[in-house]
Write a protein that binds this ligand. Structure first.
Ligand code: MF3
Ligand code: CO
Ligand code: CO
Length: 277
């Protein structure tokens, strides 16, 4: 079921998927760009000896200085602007006092609210000397997001997106996390539909112009199973293998999609950061 976002309540409404108009696209364009600017600003800040807490503070101050709102702050009790997920952390890592070390890989995920619209975006950052297998994992994850995005057009289905991601990831002998998914967003942070990163062609709801959602595959070098640590947030790979993730917020257009969270500086590819090569 699809509903006109202009007449729908600003909350999740059963199974309904909102279809947005041109003003909403403009709002998401601004919010997505803001999220990308936060992650661009952090390029060069993520390095050996710096703590994740410090990175989160830099992100928070940047967001507030621009008059934007950090969406995660206070969300279900979460107290930070970013999630910073290191090495075997799959997602929802809480920025803490541990300093980055050479060889670390970290996902930094930020959601910014601009004029009521949510821009949700994450990238991988490599610290110092990153191993070949970690770089390969980041490359596979980034490429899987590109393939998911390439599957987006009116008439395709959510299953087509999941299939594009899963088939590529598994062809590279990696695994797709099942326990977390992308999501509709707009004036609501986490809205319908759920965008799972695995699936079969033709299955699931059909994509229509005006749908907004994230695609945010989490890819593991080992098996796909995850555990949640006692803090109630941090998701880790059960086998402690490395995990990577990239996330874009997108809108379905008449002939494909618009990526709202593209980097104004072209920095949203893997391990561009602190990577001398
Ligand atoms: N940004 C995350 C996402 O991609 C959500 C983080 S919720 C938080 O959906 F509370 F952990 F910050
Ligand atoms: Co998201
Ligand atoms: Co996110």
């Amino acid at each position: 079921m699809y509903i006109d976002a202009d007449t729908a309540p600003d909350s999740r409404n059963d199974q309904a998927i909102k279809l947005h108009g041109p003003e909403a696209f403009a709002g998401m364009r601004a919010a997505g760009k803001a999220a990308a600017q936060v992650l661009d600003m952090l390029v060069g800040e993520v390095k050996e000896g710096v703590t994740a807490e410090r990175i989160d503070t830099l992100a928070r101050d940047f967001v507030l200085d621009h008059g934007w709102i950090p969406a995660c702050m206070g969300y279900r009790g979460y107290q930070h602007t970013t999630c910073i997920s290191l090495n075997h952390v799959v997602c929802h890592g809480i920025p803490g006092p541990r300093a980055f070390r050479s060889g670390d890989i970290a996902n930094i995920d930020v959601t910014v609210i601009v004029d009521g619209w949510h821009g949700d975006h994450s990238r991988m950052y490599g610290v110092g000397d990153v191993s070949r297998k970690a770089r390969r994992l980041m490359d596979v994850t980034w490429e899987s997001l590109q393939r998911g995005i390439a599957a987006v057009k009116p008439g395709a289905t959510l299953g087509d997106i999941g299939h594009a991601i899963q088939s590529f990831v598994e062809s590279q002998r990696c695994s797709v996390v099942r326990d977390f998914c992308g999501h509709g967003l707009g004036r609501v942070f986490h809205d319908n539909p759920n965008v799972v990163h695995f699936g079969k062609p033709g299955q699931g709801p059909e994509l229509r112009p005006g749908m907004f959602f994230t695609i945010e595959p989490m890819v593991n070098l080992g098996k796909h199973a995850v555990s949640i640590l006692p803090d109630g947030w941090t998701a880790v790979t059960r086998d402690r293998s490395l995990s990577a993730q990239f996330e874009h917020s997108i809108g379905v257009t008449e002939d494909g999609c618009e990526i709202f969270t593209l980097s104004p500086l072209g920095l949203d590819t893997p391990h561009t950061l602190s990577d001398p090569n």
